[in-house]
Write a protein that binds this ligand. Structure first.
Ligand SMILES: O=C(O)CCC(=O)C(=O)O
Length: 256
């Protein structure tokens, strides 16, 4: 894996896989669709075709993904054995042309507004739930852009970018500074991936997953999943929480 991490450091992205079988991919899609239905009922539509789906961590296959050996093996190597947490999880849904655009993803962009020179404290891992092809708008990455402070001009991105084509069940890791986009989906089928943003615990996550699931749910989770969902890196909200005994501390020792 050392060689692979060298490649990641150099290019800003790394193909992983295959890491998940077809049944797992199908089950993860069902969880995304169910969450999308539930969330759509709870919020006013942002647009007629709003495909943003985030934070579906209560589902069993999603939890199994977050606790999977392949993800842990990868992160363990990348972060040199230091702990890490989920910063955000979302579905990257690239609809067929005419069924709305995946507005954020289809523009060249970085996932973090703060340029951090590809330090090994933040990584994006995307699991492909469909075959990713040029025709269905696979992810496109611009190699080496994580090492450049400024985003290169459009013509350079278009010239140098690489199509991350791979079969369903494969994964792609890239730094948040690596400029990328979702391609245009010219098929009549949705193209779906799960994007996990993963960081060292001292970076503020986009969602407080421990409180989203419930602080009282920790005993139902494996120690590995509790770590990933931030139960060991919670921010106290009161002096009583701050003064908790060591074994109940909110931000536990060793989180960095
Ligand atoms: O869906 C893709 O291929 C890219 C996803 C993406 O760019 C993002 O979610 O930031």
């Amino acid at each position: 894996m050392t060689h692979a991490f060298d490649q990641l450091d150099r290019d800003g992205y790394l193909a992983l896989g295959p890491v998940a079988d077809a049944a797992t991919c199908a089950a993860l899609k069902e969880e995304i669709f169910d969450w999308h239905r539930r969330q759509s009922a709870l919020r006013p539509p942002i647009s007629a075709h709003h495909w943003g789906v985030h934070h579906f961590v209560e589902y069993p296959h999603t939890q199994a993904l977050l606790a999977s050996d392949w993800l842990h093996g990868f992160c363990e190597g990348l972060f040199s054995g230091q702990p890490w947490i989920l910063h955000a999880i979302g579905a990257s849904i690239n609809p067929p042309a005419g069924q709305g655009a995946y507005a954020h993803g289809s523009q060249w962009h970085r996932d973090s507004p703060t340029y951090r020179a590809a330090g090994r404290e933040y990584i994006i891992v995307m699991l492909f739930l469909d075959d990713f092809t040029v025709a269905n708008g696979c992810t496109e990455v611009a190699p080496g852009t994580h090492l450049q402070v400024a985003v290169p001009p459009l013509e350079v991105l278009e010239r140098d970018s690489v199509h991350a084509t791979a079969p369903r069940g494969s994964a792609l890791a890239f730094f948040p500074d690596t400029v990328h986009r979702a391609g245009t989906n010219t098929t009549d089928q949705f193209r779906i991936g799960i994007t996990m943003a993963i960081t060292r615990p001292y970076l503020k996550p986009l969602m407080d997953y421990a409180r989203l699931l419930g602080l009282d749910q920790e005993s139902r989770l494996s120690p590995r999943l509790a770590q990933v969902l931030g139960y060991n890196a919670k921010v106290p909200q009161s002096m009583a929480e701050w003064n908790a005994p060591p074994e109940q501390r909110f931000y536990k020792r060793g989180q960095g």
